[in-house]
Ligand binder design. Structure first.
Ligand SMILES: Cc1cc2nc3c(=O)[nH]c(=O)nc-3n(C[C@H](O)[C@H](O)[C@H](O)COP(=O)(O)OP(=O)(O)OC[C@H]3O[C@@H](n4cnc5c(N)ncnc54)[C@H](O)[C@@H]3O)c2cc1C
Length: 426
């Protein structure tokens, strides 16, 4: 459905679409303030982008939202969700060909915003599939790898994950210990050994993009490990249970013990951290949009609650200044965050986005979403503790978004390095 809308509007607007011509207002008619879109960001979207956003929002509110409480309570991720998203053309949406929609970065941001409005865990599952594995294969894979994996991943029939973090190396992946060496008995194969941890989707992944150091050169390379091809005992992907955030997504380890991987499954050229960091850039851009969706949901729920809840002389608590300030702060941060994400998205499509811009919006939007969600939670009083009010779930999730794909302070160091020319990591 989504692909046909996208194609139709793409025909009208050109494949990437273009912003509607600006008409100058000479007559000053009063403009009503819209608390859901305070700075009028929707004026910056093309018709195609608006249609995609509408499709994604309807799917998420109608099909995902009813499942989220049970998923969160039971730490149970329904893999059918990725298949449903695949049917709508929501996976790997910026990729051209291979059954992907080939839409703008802003359109893909609107999709992540819609998904995270429901839950950051659902958005994480989608981001890993779309940006980390599909994006990686599209950018660095051989033609054979693209032909083999991308169409199935786009449909959500095959699930993927991205293994960079290790038990002893998170913020500093350059020190990773996972190693690839020529297989002692199988010609044309590498043997991979090592452990990755906190890997979204690993327990249910069919293909894993594992970053490992090639023993011969000491350089980091990307390997596509196919679960069905791994002999027993060479690959384990245990789930990490009892999380107190992101419970609607599955997280696990990847344990490799002399696992044979064909040479044809190594990314042909990319070496060093540029490979994983480039994939992470795409995902971090999505997180900047997604966290704004989560914050917008917190704002809408808090506003509704504050209008209905009455205290002192039967006044709705929304009437009190302290409550209004909380809503004003959060709404301002959400509006600024969306505009920044639109700007970086447009520059990204023009090839003008520096990675530090993505660090800036990932950090800022995650931080502001987390801080505001925690403050808005106060408006619910004791009811904030009940998961049926959803705000506590967003708060717990937003801690994770601020931590993964570069913890907030690490992005500050990336920006500090770019500002001063001096690196403060070690
Ligand atoms: C639910 C979940 C899902 C995840 N999914 C994935 C996934 O799919 N794939 C994947 O590869 N990883 C994934 N991660 C891992 C995530 O990216 C890491 O947790 C993150 O990079 C931080 O690494 P760490 O946990 O080892 O923390 P550490 O690196 O140990 O950092 C701990 C703290 O120390 C600070 N710190 C570290 N170094 C410095 C320094 N030089 N200066 C100042 N402060 C510093 C950090 O900012 C942080 O606050 C996931 C994590 C979670 C929780």
């Amino acid at each position: 459905m989504f692909k046909s809308v996208a194609r139709q509007t793409a025909r009208q607007l050109g494949s990437r679409g273009s912003a509607a011509p600006v008409t100058r207002r000479y007559v000053h008619t009063p403009v009503a303030f819209d608390w859901k879109d305070p700075l009028g960001a929707s004026n910056l979207f093309t018709e195609e982008e608006l249609a995609i956003s509408e499709t994604a929002e309807s799917y998420c509110q109608e099909r995902m939202l009813p499942r989220v409480l049970d998923a969160y309570r039971n730490e149970d991720y329904d893999r059918k969700i990725l298949e449903e998203m695949g049917e709508l053309g929501l996976l790997g949406a910026t990729i051209e060909g291979y059954g992907c929609a080939g839409v703008s970065s802003v359109a893909s941001g609107l999709i992540t915003r819609a998904v995270e409005r429901v839950d950051s865990g659902y958005r994480s599952g989608m981001s890993v599939q779309s940006s980390l594995i599909m994006g990686g294969i599209d950018e660095f894979g051989s033609q054979e790898q693209k032909d083999k994996f991308l169409p199935q991943l786009a449909k959500g029939k095959m699930l993927g994950c991205f293994g960079l973090t290790e038990p002893n190396h998170g913020s500093d992946p350059g020190s990773m210990e996972t190693v690839a060496k020529p297989h002692p008995t199988k010609k044309g194969y590498f043997s991979l050994s090592g452990a990755k941890t906190w890997i979204t989707n690993s327990p249910i992944s069919d293909v894993m993009l594992v970053w490992a150091k090639l023993q011969e050169t000491g350089k980091i390379r990307g390997f596509l490990v196919e679960r069905s091809e791994c002999p027993p005992g060479t690959l384990e992907t245990p789930a990490l249970k009892h999380k107190n955030g992101l419970r609607a997504s599955l997280t696990g380890m990847i344990q490799l013990d002399e696992c044979p991987v064909p040479e044809a499954n190594m990314f042909p050229e990319i070496e060093g951290l540029r490979g994983p960091f480039s994939c992470l850039n795409g995902a971090r851009y999505g997180i900047a949009w997604g966290t704004m969706g989560a914050l917008e949901d917190c704002i809408a729920r808090t506003r509704q609650y504050a209008l209905e809840r009455k205290q002192f002389k039967n006044n709705p608590i929304a009437k009190y200044q302290l409550v209004q300030k909380k809503l004003a702060d959060a709404t301002t941060d959400a509006a600024f965050g969306i505009l920044a994400a639109v700007q970086v998205g447009r520059l990204k499509d023009e090839g003008k986005a520096a990675p530090e811009m993505i660090s800036m919006i990932k950090r800022q939007n995650c931080d502001r979403a987390l801080v505001n969600a925690r403050i808005l939670q106060e408006v619910f009083g004791g009811n904030a503790v009940s998961d049926e009010y959803h705000i506590g779930r967003h708060v717990a999730n937003l801690f994770v978004t601020q931590t993964y794909e570069g913890q907030s302070d690490i992005h500050a160091l990336i920006l500090g390095r770019a500002i001063t020319g001096l690196q403060a990591f070690c």
